[in-house]
Write a protein that binds this ligand. Structure first.
Ligand code: PRF
Ligand code: ZN
Length: 374
């Protein structure tokens, strides 16, 4: 029934990381992969043609934002989100739960759903599991996400337990409300914070509902890196090996590698695109703040080891100048490079898995990126 399937190709003998392929109604993609974020039906500054050029094959968009603007009815009328934005690759939409918790004021959670005010005009709104699915059915994304609650870090065990239980009940309601089961896949989201027993309970509840894929939510919410790694280490073994595993909101190069090593297949994050618009680039030698004065007369590319369109044609000095002057083209260049860098990193990760050397790749990458420095 579900149009989303996962093929496990092999696991890395050195680390246990998974090499796989996910099939969707809008093409297939190799995993582990990174999904660029296109919140408002655009990956900021990038055309769909440019996304295709850097080998992005799945992007993420947001139910919450598209519901508020332009409204899912308009997107449905356009023929769905793919047609509306002219993107023919796969699209995953987040359910809106997390955005409501992070963006809106005066939110109030009940068993029915979450009451809150629009971050745009203060209008009173209500998002329920049924509503989140109705909007995503109208958008026509390939992968939809169930409505969940992502509690802040740290949260008390008792609060987290009742939250996990509600998220499970909401997941069941999402599944019941889903009206396009043959065309769109719905993923469940495992919560439970840092508590192993709750992650286990959450995974068990959701697995009994038989989703075509599972996400790990509630991480990268302010906890230290070693907590995230530990949670991943005990959570992924609770997840089925024949379905994709998606770690939500994670996109720093070190966390992508460390997540893959713990069995994660999909990641998304605004990090590469957001820092790009602030003049920060990801390079093989770590972050480079190209707006800094020291690059004013630096006519080298952003990353001498990068073979992207930007690094082949433009200098640090030029890009710095554009960004200092708030010129749109500057943001396009840094965004293009950062996304290229992360997608290329994931390609290197997949190659390392196929050759059973992801552990060695991690060591080399961390050394060069500067993560091993005290
Ligand atoms: N839930 C949902 N979306 C998310 C998260 C979550 O927990 C996170 C956590 N980092 C990012 N995006 N629905
Ligand atoms: Zn580059």
């Amino acid at each position: 029934m579900t149009p989303i399937t996962y093929e496990l190709k092999k696991t890395c003998k050195q680390t246990g990381a998974r090499l796989g392929r996910v099939h969707t109604p809008h093409g297939s993609f190799d995993t582990p992969t990174f999904m660029p974020v296109g919140t408002l039906a655009t990956v900021k500054t990038m055309s769909p043609e440019e996304l295709a050029e850097i080998n992005a094959n799945i992007i993420l968009s947001n139910t919450y934002h598209l519901w508020l603007r332009p409204g899912e009815d308009i997107i449905k009328e356009a023929g769905g989100l793919h047609q509306f934005m002219n993107w023919n690759g796969a699209i995953l939409t987040d359910s809106g739960g997390f955005q409501v918790f992070s963006l809106s004021e005066n939110r109030h959670i009940t068993e029915e759903g979450v009451h809150f005010r629009s971050h745009l005009n203060g209008e009173k709104l209500f998002l329920s599991p049924e509503k989140a699915i109705q909007i995503q059915n109208a958008l026509g994304s390939d992968i939809m996400m169930a409505l969940d609650e992502c509690p802040p870090y740290p949260a008390e065990y008792q609060y987290m337990k009742s939250s996990v239980e509600r998220t499970s009940r909401w997941a069941e309601r999402c599944l019941k409300a889903h009206e396009r089961k043959g065309e769109q896949g719905l993923f469940g989201i495992i919560q439970g914070g840092e508590y192993e027993a709750l992650r286990k309970q959450s995974a068990r509840d959701l697995i009994s509902l038989d989703f075509p894929g599972y996400a790990i939510g509630g991480l990268s919410v302010g906890e230290p890196k070693d907590v995230m790694n530990r949670v991943l280490e005990f959570t992924t073994p609770f997840m089925p090996s024949h379905k994709p595993r998606y770690l939500m909101g994670v996109g720093s190069p070190d966390s992508l590698i460390d997540g893959a090593i713990r069995g994660v297949d999909m990641f998304d994050c605004v990090l590469p695109t957001r820092i790009a618009r602030n003049g920060t680039c990801m390079t093989s030698n770590g972050r480079l703040v190209v707006r800094n004065a020291k690059y004013a007369r630096d006519f080298a590319p952003i990353d001498k080891n990068c073979d992207c369109y930007v690094c082949k044609n433009y200098t640090r000095a030029y890009i710095r100048h554009l960004i200092k002057c708030n010129e749109t083209f500057g943001f396009r260049l840094t965004t293009y490079h950062n996304l290229y860098f992360l997608l290329k990193l994931m390609e290197q990760v997949r190659k390392a898995i196929s050759e059973d050397r992801l552990g060695s790749f991690r060591e080399e990458f961390f050394e060069q990126y500067g993560f091993n420095k005290p």
